[in-house]
Design a protein around this ligand. Structure first.
Ligand code: OGA
Ligand code: ZN
Ligand code: ZN
Length: 396
């Protein structure tokens, strides 16, 4: 058996998912510096020598059990080149290297990772899954039993939590352990100084949060005082017999988008100038410094960070202070505009799950004398949600 045939038979994905051959390689051409591939839909992709060598999926370069790379490109000479490039019987790209090594790349994997302009644009648009919303959002609603027993229902719930950033679960038991069970169906809960699970009900000594009073809470994200705000927040209602206390939500991304369109200079200030947030209590003192509108590495809005009552005094250059206050007012005013506000009362046996780094939540004041109100909450990082989605999608 030749080396190429053996590698083809043993080929495994260095990822844990498989890459279907959506497009066949029509032909390939060895060029100085790389290999030009022509696909059966006419697309042309250039793969540079170093890139191909770096991504060799063979069992010497990638550990067959961990599927993580053991090869380091720095161990190859800079003048390493491909001596042959061709298609094998499976339509895979086989490369013979000047140092004798051989690599085989599946067409599906290669197309999924190609970096020609058109493929990169395609990938970028596939990764942009955010669906922005306003007050007419039909809140995506999911059944507890279905999510607990069926992976497809679980995936649908998680995709909505990722893309819409606000979901509701119904028909849940009102027992204490239920929310944790549902959260653990996704992954690890993120513990905080408020506990693995926090209880939202009035406390006699509400020393560490306004949430534990009967006050109205304006639209906010939770734990803006942390370097990394929790991604998902769950709020499970055990009892809601009090008058008032309805939940409202706004899509922070939709608001940031509106601000960018109508007040670009305010948008700029809120993305550039950091604000410090503080949560101080007798036994803790959490502080963070970050802008209210966070951008990701591509310059897209990826995070909102704001709880009015957890801000430290603005520490902004003198010349910028008036404009910064104006920007802050404009943004906050948008969070009060009815066209953005989704309002719904959470009843016993229902649960909110929302993207706490995007969807700002609020609660109306309630009357403690009129009845009990008891919610339980917990957090989870976005990474856990995204990882669970990808693993569930492997089975599709
Ligand atoms: C909170 C909070 C919402 C509610 O505890 O941070 O937003 O409905 N609670 O009580
Ligand atoms: Zn290799
Ligand atoms: Zn909150």
């Amino acid at each position: 058996m030749s080396a190429v045939q053996k590698q083809t038979a043993d080929v495994f994905s260095s990822d844990w998912r498989s890459f279907a051959t959506v497009r066949r390689i029509e032909h390939c051409l060895l060029r100085p510096g790389g290999v030009a591939v022509q696909w059966d839909d006419g697309r042309k992709s250039l793969f540079h020598t170093e890139w191909l060598r770096d991504n060799c999926p063979c069992e010497t370069c990638v550990h067959p059990v961990t599927r993580e790379q053991v090869f380091e490109i720095i161990d190859t000479p800079v003048d390493l080149h491909a001596e042959s490039a061709g298609l094998n019987g499976q339509g895979e790209l086989a490369i013979g290297w000047s140092d004798g090594h051989r690599s085989v790349f599946g067409a599906g994997w290669l197309r999924a990772h190609a970096y020609d302009h058109a493929t990169r644009l395609e990938r970028l648009s596939a990764e942009r899954t955010v669906q922005m919303w306003r007050n007419d959002l039909p809140i995506p609603t999911f059944d507890y039993q279905a999510v607990m027993s069926d992976d497809r229902a679980l995936l649908a719930w998680l995709l909505a939590s990722r893309d819409v950033g606000l979901t509701r679960m119904v028909n849940m038991p009102t027992t204490e352990e239920t929310m944790e069970q549902v959260a653990r169906r996704i992954s690890f809960i993120r513990e905080s100084n408020f506990g693995v699970v926090f209880e939202v009900r009035t406390k006699v000594e509400a020393v560490n949060s306004n949430a534990y009073t009967t006050l109205e809470l304006p639209h906010h994200t939770d734990l803006p005082t942390r370097e990394l705000q929790p991604g998902l927040q769950f709020l499970h209602c055990l009892v809601n017999d009090a008058t008032g206390g309805d939940s409202t939500f706004v899509d922070g991304f939709a608001i940031a988008h509106q601000l960018r369109l109508e007040h670009p200079e305010a948008f700029e200030l809120l993305t550039q100038i950091p604000v410090s947030f503080r949560n101080k209590a007798p036994q803790s003192d959490y502080r963070s410094l970050a802008p209210i509108i966070g951008l990701n590495a591509r310059g897209e809005v990826s995070e909102i960070r704001l709880a009015n009552w957890l801000r430290a005094p603005f520490d902004v250059a003198e010349r910028d202070m008036p404009a910064f206050y104006q920007a802050y007012r404009t943004f906050s005013a948008l969070t009060r505009q009815p066209e953005f506000i989704v309002r719904k009362r959470l009843n016993a046996g229902e649960m909110w799950c929302f993207d706490n780094r995007r969807t700002m939540h609020a609660r109306q004041a309630f009357d403690q004398a009129s009845g009990m109100r008891h919610l339980r909450g917990c957090y989870m990082d976005r990474d856990e949600l995204l990882s669970r989605i990808l693993v569930l999608q492997r089975a599709e």
